[in-house]
Write a new protein. Structure first.
Length: 352
């Protein structure tokens, strides 16, 4: 008798732990329905906080996010952030199988800032690139120390979650993008994905589910807060509160004077971000010749319509805000949709 394995009724819970908040997302098994989404603000810690205090903060946040919610089961996919990972792009001869593994390992030895024997290393193949008379393969290498990986797993397990996979932010962002852009024209087009977090921005160039390029830029919400504090000569906590509360209101409810002051304060940061992204676009045009980038999709907790308009205008690209719940029925008010991209992409991770 042939026995068929039952289809999953629910996805794992995607767990995205950020600098100031954590997000949890779960879909139905076919990703056609949102089961639940929870955001929990994390209390601030001093720079002298111990690893144990940092872990306790996350455990308590996860417990609050799971309490009295509709999440089904406790299987989870967690994400390693850019501070836990070493990310490098390398070029190797075009190979397959064990030969490619060997070349990538050889390149990683000199680039990873810790011993290979204490690291977990994975890589994604990007695309072919021309280097002189040679055609090489661009490969994106991700490495993490095993002790760091184990600490992340232990922290999630303390919150009574069962980690079934560990992923990286760029892979989750690509999955979220493919969930939103499914048409054949979308699959043929190349896009710049810009995920703006509180401390850093991830810039990715993709075609459908193929990741061609990734770079982290040291600009984020923290940069905007500091700029507002300097410009208005106010304490940083007050600047954080001012920018958050005014930015979260609908445009017609915003105080025009506050909005004008915030825009003036943050303009140099926006211009610097646009300049960094323009360099990514130029790198793509030289390295991956052929198809141009046709759109930019902006996500993250710091992504706003105003920022989309400003950066899109400077890059001369069609730009829009990400919405990983686009097309799904009965979506509750979850605030800025783009902040859920990573958690949604983690929840979409296929499990063996």
């Amino acid at each position: 008798m042939v026995r068929w394995l039952p289809k999953r009724r629910f996805s794992p819970i995607g767990v995205d732990i950020g600098a100031r908040a954590l997000k949890l997302v779960q879909f139905s098994g076919d990703h056609s329905r949102l089961i639940d989404a929870a955001r929990v603000e994390l209390p601030a810690l001093s720079d002298q906080a111990t690893p144990e205090q940092q872990a306790n903060r996350i455990v308590e946040g996860l417990k609050r996010g799971l309490d009295d919610r509709d999440f089904r089961g406790r299987e989870a996919v967690l994400c390693l952030n850019d501070k836990q990972l070493c990310l490098q792009s390398v070029r190797v001869p075009k190979q397959t199988g064990a030969s490619l593994d060997q070349h990538v390992a050889q390149e990683a030895v000199s680039r990873v800032p810790f011993g290979i024997d204490e690291a977990e290393i994975r890589y994604l193949e990007a695309a072919d690139v021309r280097q002189g008379d040679q055609t090489l393969r661009e490969v994106i290498v991700f490495a993490v120390q095993r002790t760091v990986l184990q600490q992340a797993l232990d922290t999630v397990e303390r919150a009574k979650l069962h980690p079934v996979a560990v992923d990286v932010e760029p892979a989750a962002l690509v999955r979220s993008y493919t969930l939103q852009f499914r048409r054949e024209d979308d699959k043929l087009a190349r896009a710049l994905l810009v995920h703006i977090g509180y401390t850093r921005t991830a810039a990715l160039i993709v075609q459908a589910d193929e990741l061609l390029f990734v770079k982290y830029i040291d600009i984020g919400g923290q940069s905007f807060d500091q700029a507002v504090a300097r410009h208005l000569k106010m304490a940083l906590p007050d600047a954080v509160s001012l920018r958050k509360h005014n930015g979260d209101r609908r445009a017609e409810l915003q105080d025009p004077e506050v909005a004008k002051s915030v825009a003036a304060a943050t303009r140099p940061i926006v211009e610097r971000l646009a300049s960094e992204l323009a360099m990514c676009v130029r790198y793509h045009s030289v390295t991956f010749r052929g198809q141009p980038i046709v759109r930019m999709v902006m996500s993250g907790g710091e992504a706003t319509p105003q920022l989309v308009e400003a950066v899109g205008k400077q890059l001369d690209l069609k730009c829009e805000l990400s919405d990983p719940f686009r097309g799904l029925p009965q979506i509750p008010n979850v605030g800025r949709k783009g902040q859920w991209d990573v958690a949604a992409g983690l929840a979409m991770r296929e499990l063996n």
